[in-house]
Design a protein around this ligand. Structure first.
Ligand SMILES: *Cc1c(COP(=O)(O)O)cnc(C)c1O
Length: 331
């Protein structure tokens, strides 16, 4: 299968860096528990992410685990978490599993934030948590930063800005942390090329993170993850160059998709493209039969009728996808 369903970076690490990682893993003290606070890795992350002075970091086994810690922390009786629809489905799934009622407010038809309805939901539900993916998955767009700021200012609880796709967007709320004491920014190494090691990062004020840390299981970030992430971040330019190549391909893939008759492809600030096409389910199956796996969102939300999502791959993978798409449509 050409695997374009999960927003993975299609590129592997350079041979020399992989050899270096192999040596580090060879010497790793696997008989010992990991560093419980991952001090060396946090120092690396602080530099690589340009974390503002005075802000702290909390690490998770992927950002999914951070979402779980946040939901557990908020889970008092009658607690509500607020988000937009459609968005990253784990916000709802994890909140619900933690016993937090999840309220989703629909985006506008153009996938923009419906800020008036969001503000009304804030007044009505007094959410302990608000999740905003920036850029949003699966729509790929960045919401207006001014509107998000209005939400942060109106929120009675925490606002988590999930920047999983930051490397492909450039925009960030990190610099705004100092201005809003109820803001937390979340990042992950998954979409950047290290999905296999599971490392998520929550950045914010120490007062919040100290409390959230009480819900973290001991040693949640294992020794191999700590070693590999710290070493790769030492060579962060490798990941930055791969992200630049992916962004270039994103532009080409969007232009090619927009040329396909019957396709509406939406501009993206992430490493995937959402597009609408008649009989999306049949197109999805046709692609799969031809060895190309993408994601069907048809049926998941009213705004996503006949929508498919393709991850930006290598030039060859994207060509294989475009060829399979043309073949499917002409079959
Ligand atoms: C993929 C994705 C994540 C998951 O990240 P992990 O660190 O792999 O758990 C989080 N948020 C959004 C919006 C995503 O699309």
């Amino acid at each position: 299968m050409v695997k374009l369903d999960a927003m993975e970076n299609p590129y592997r690490l350079p041979e020399a860096l992989r050899a270096r990682l192999a040596r580090l893993v060879q010497d790793a003290p696997l008989n010992r528990y990991p560093d419980p606070v991952a001090a060396a890795l946090k120092a690396r992350l602080r530099q690589a992410l340009e974390v503002p002075a005075g802000m702290e970091l909390l690490l998770g086994n992927g950002s999914d685990e951070l979402i779980q810690m946040l939901a557990l922390a908020a889970a008092r009786p009658d607690a509500v978490a607020l988000g937009v629809e459609p968005s990253f489905t784990m916000f709802r799934t994890i909140a619900t599993c933690a016993g937090v009622r999840y309220v989703g407010v629909d985006l506008r038809e153009d996938f923009a934030l419906d800020v008036e309805r969001m503000l009304a939901a804030v007044v009505r539900h007094r959410p302990a948590l608000i999740f905003i993916a920036y850029p949003n998955n699966p729509t790929g767009n960045l919401f207006d930063a001014g509107l998000i700021t209005r939400l942060i200012e109106a929120a009675p609880g925490l606002v988590v800005v999930d920047e999983a796709y930051h490397s492909f967007a450039g925009e960030s709320f990190l610099a705004r942390l100092a201005r809003h004491s109820n803001l937390l920014v979340m990042r992950t190494l998954s979409k950047l090329g290290l999905a296999g090691i599971r490392l998520g990062v929550l950045v914010g004020g120490g007062a919040w993170l100290t409390q959230l840390d009480k819900l973290r299981l001991p040693y949640n970030v294992n020794t191999l993850t700590q070693i590999v992430a710290a070493e790769v971040l030492q060579h962060a330019e490798v990941l930055t160059e791969q992200a630049a190549a992916i962004k270039l391909e994103r532009g080409r893939l969007l232009r090619e998709l927009q040329r396909v008759p019957g396709v509406t492809a939406y501009p993206s600030d992430a490493n995937f493209i959402l597009f609408r096409i008649g009989h999306a389910e049949r197109v999805f199956d046709g692609l799969k039969q031809r060895g190309v796996l993408i994601k069907s969102l048809h049926g998941s939300h009213r705004l996503l009728a006949d929508c498919l999502r393709v991850t930006v791959g290598t030039p060859d993978e994207n060509d294989a996808f475009l060829t399979a798409l043309t073949q499917t449509l002409n079959a």
